[in-house]
Structure formats: structure tokens, C-alpha cells
Write a protein that binds this ligand. Sequence first.
Ligand code: GDP
Length: 358
Amino acid sequence: SLTLGIVGLPNVGKSTLFNALTRNDVLAANYPFATIEPNVGVVELPDARLDRLSAIFDSARILPATVSFVDIAGIVKGASEGEGMGNQFLANIREADAICQVVRVFADDDVVHVDGRVDPASDIEVIETELILADLQTLEKALPRLEKDAKKNKDLADTVAAAQAAQQVLDSGKTLFSQRDSLDLAAVRDLHLMTTKPFLYVFNSDESVLTDEARKQELRDAVAPADAVFLDAKVESELLELDDEDASELLESIGQTEPGLHSLARAGFHTLGLQTYLTAGPKESRAWTIHRGDTAPKAAGVIHTDFEKGFIKAEIVSFDDLDTAGSMAAAKAAGKVRMEGKDYVMQDGDVVEFRFGS
Ligand code: GDP
């Protein structure tokens, strides 16, 4: 499954956040035989629609979709030159599908900032620059070989052109992801360039920031179109020790209506380009993970690979229509249940039953 790699400068609260993520780990609860890797935190994607489906279908259990975060050892200035944890860091980041940067916004004189002051914009630039430099190094090494091979193999001309275009973008200080529309990133996929990955920013904030809408908007604008999440990592880890009532009180005291881990899960899911569809019955109400834009047969394949090949059609009702109707029978009577074929592109909130042949 796809993962987000958690990165950030030292002392910004990565470990604190990651501990909260692993203590909230759902694998242990729902999949007792799953292998749990120490550096991966798997959290549920909150989805109130599943509670409603479970009530309508009298389901025995609810299985939400999940999002996986990988803890990646600290980045430092100079990582691209192999300083400190540099090389291991870059190797780990290559394996992640998106980059989740924790940025310190909280003020606390007891916690030293590596650069001596709290400066989110500069922290973001430090990490971005290291990744850009690392990609430039990769290209500098790869290009001479590619150019040489392209003389013998004309098929490589596109790859060379794409690599050169990527090099120009990086030279101008921009990430490849930010310029993906004008680049042929598929042609350079084998180079595993890191700035082709989407970014998500987690602003580790304190109460003064969490309740300051203008400040949050400023930070959101600074990283747009990337997603921004605001949370207090220390509070997030404290929340997990409290019962529901005390947790709500603590959240309320810092002006929040839900745990930051919930918004982090949603933003992570979105950054990875994922979407869910829903199935429901007496056994379970469940959210299944697909890529945005997937067709119905692809979606069926997530349940079982055979289902993609044997796909005939899908019976689909939107969650909102089912919710309003109150039962599948009532939704059918109201003409809200559709039959969709193999070209149908799945929509968020589709409640589905697939029909198969063999
Ligand atoms: P890492 O180096 O990025 O993994 O940072 P840590 O998670 O180890 O946090 C560094 C220090 O900052 C620790 O003393 C944490 O308790 C503290 N810290 C982390 N998050 C917060 C926060 O949201 N507010 C405050 N005041 N301190 C925090």
C-alpha cells in the first residue's frame, strides 16, 4: 500500500507525532496477524458514513480505510552530501509515495530550534533544497550514461529529453512535482527522483496558532497547492491516554473540534491521490481504497484480483441517496440505484455491489 514518509528538521516534533500515530495504530486491532513494522504507523481514515451504513445494514463490524505513515530518520542540512544520516535518509524517502514534512510553529524556549529560531518558511526551504540537490546529483550521474546509450538506442531519446527538462526545473530551484504538468515524469520514473512526490505539510502548532485563523491561512497560502494540517503533536499524544469525554474537553480547550490525527489522515489520503468507495451488508460496512479516477473493474479488483477480470457490472447508489432513503429497498423504489458498466469512473461516496461472472 502507499505510504507517506515523515520528514522534518530535528526537534520539530516528528517523534512525538509518530508516537501518537503508532499508538493509534489500527493494524494491531483489526488485523491481529499482520506484521507490524516498527517504523510504520497505520491510522484509520475517519468516515462517519460507515457508522450510518452499519446502522442501515445492521453490520457486525466496521472496517474503515487506512493511511500509512513511515518514520524517516532526521534530515539535516547537507543530507544530499551524505552528511550524518544523509544517505540512509534519502534511501528511505525514495520508498515513500509522498512526503509529509513536520514543520515547527510552536514556541517553546525549552526546545532548541536547530537554526536558533522558529521560522517555518526557512525550515520548508531547507528540506526542499536538500531534495532538489539530491535529485540534481542523481541526474548529473545518470545523464551522461543516458546520452551515450541514446546514441545506440533511439527509443531513449524521450528519456534523455525528459531528464534534461527535469534538470532545468531543478536548477531553477523548483520541485519536479510542482512542474509535473509540463514534464514527462513517466519517462524518468526509473531514476526515482524524490521531488516528483507530492508534499503534505504538518504545522506542529500550539494553542495560539491553532486558534489564529489569519496565521493559519498565511501558512496554508505559503504551501498551497499542497495540503496543510495544523495540530499540536504533544496534545495528540496526550489525547490517546484519555477517555472520550476528557479528550473532547482537552480538544475544546485548544479550540479544536476533532483530533489533529483525523485531519492528518484525511490530508494524507488526499495527498496520495486516493479515494474510497463503500460496501455494506450484515457482515461488515467497509471502505475500500482506490486511486482517484479508477474505473469500476479496477475498484472491484481491490476486493479480489479475480473480480477485476470477472467484472460484469456494478450496482451503485450514492451514500447521500441511500442515507435519505433509509434502506436499499427504499433507494431502489426511489430509482436511486444505478447499474454501471466497465467504463464507469468511481465517485466518492459510491455504495457498491459488484456483479461477477467467471
Ligand atoms: P523530532 O526531533 O522532530 O523527532 O522532535 P521530538 O518529537 O523529539 O520533539 C522535540 C521536543 O519538542 C521534545 O521535547 C517534545 O516534547 C517537544 N515537542 C514536540 N511537539 C511539541 C509541541 O507541539 N509543543 C511543544 N511545546 N513541544 C513539543
